[in-house]
Design a protein around this ligand. Structure first.
Ligand code: ADP
Ligand code: MG
Length: 249
């Protein structure tokens, strides 16, 4: 199986406090894994390191078997390497039209260099109907983002990552503060990533959500990996117990 990502001994400190301590793991193509851990465990710092927002102090990172210069790594480099991140507050402009949002910073332009609005709208509609399966009355690519439900907004960001052909989609607590119905939508979108041959890292507090969509679980506590377990080797109850007793692992 092809390795999409490999981390070796990634370490990061803030004010002399080690927030990530020798983090090592690999992620394979078409694999959806969860990173589980309590508040302050280092989950967000880890994914910020992967998405170019935070520079690791030491360690190695390989994306598609290519070594990354961790000191020079940036958000745009992460994107160039096919890594897209979906944050909890998915940074969508609510009053912005959907098609503008999808193509923000990566606009489709015509031969004169102007934004090709018509093409953007057509492509956006394909995404809304295809990936998101939206048939909402009156909903179209010129609707404001605010007309989408919470789950659909997360779906939009996931669909955008698929459109731009991300290899790895990182999701930081995408189901937090969503209603149950909306959670289901987001979990379905994450599952859909597999059908598009993508890999994903799903960060969540909710073990049930992780267990439903992930095939492997990495448990972290105070910046260290405490367990890396395949779904086939653990029940949801045992996973829960492990997480509760993580300090003794
Ligand atoms: N920019 C920063 N400066 C200083 N400390 C930080 C910064 N970002 C995170 N931390 C600290 O690092 C630790 C891990 O935080 P974080 O990665 O956000 O954990 P999690 O996402 O698992 O809740 C926490 O103690 C947090 O206070
Ligand atoms: Mg966090």
């Amino acid at each position: 199986m092809q390795k999409v990502l490999e981390l070796k001994n990634i370490t990061k400190s803030f004010n002399k406090m080690k927030v990530l301590n020798n983090i090592s793991f690999s992620l394979y193509s078409n694999e959806i894994i969860a990173i589980l851990g309590d508040n302050g465990a280092g989950k967000s710092t880890l994914i910020k390191t992967l998405s170019g927002l935070v520079h690791a102090d030491s360690g190695e990172m390989l994306v598609n078997s290519k070594k990354i210069d961790i000191k020079k790594y940036s958000i745009s480099q992460a994107r160039e390497n096919g890594i897209e991140t979906v944050y909890q507050d998915n940074s969508l402009g609510l009053e912005q039209e959907i098609h503008r949002n999808i193509f923000l910073g990566r606009e489709i332009t015509n031969i004169f260099g102007f934004i090709d609005i018509k093409k953007q709208k057509i492509e956006s509609m394909k995404l809304l109907k295809g990936f998101l399966g939206l048939k909402g009355l009156g909903l179209n690519s010129s609707s404001e983002v605010s007309s989408l439900s919470g789950g659909e907004r997360q779906g939009l960001v996931i669909a955008r990552a698929v459109y731009f052909d991300a290899k790895l989609v990182i999701l930081d607590e995408p189901t937090r503060s969503l209603a149950i119905k909306e959670v289901k939508k987001v979990l379905d979108f994450i599952k859909e990533l597999k059908n598009h041959n993508k890999s994903a890292i799903f960060i969540t507090h909710n073990i049930l959500h992780a267990y439903e969509v992930c095939s492997r679980f990495i448990l972290i506590d105070r910046g260290e990996i405490k367990a890396d377990i395949n779904k086939s080797d653990i029940s949801v109850q045992d996973l829960q117990n492990k997480l509760i007793n993580i300090e003794s692992l």
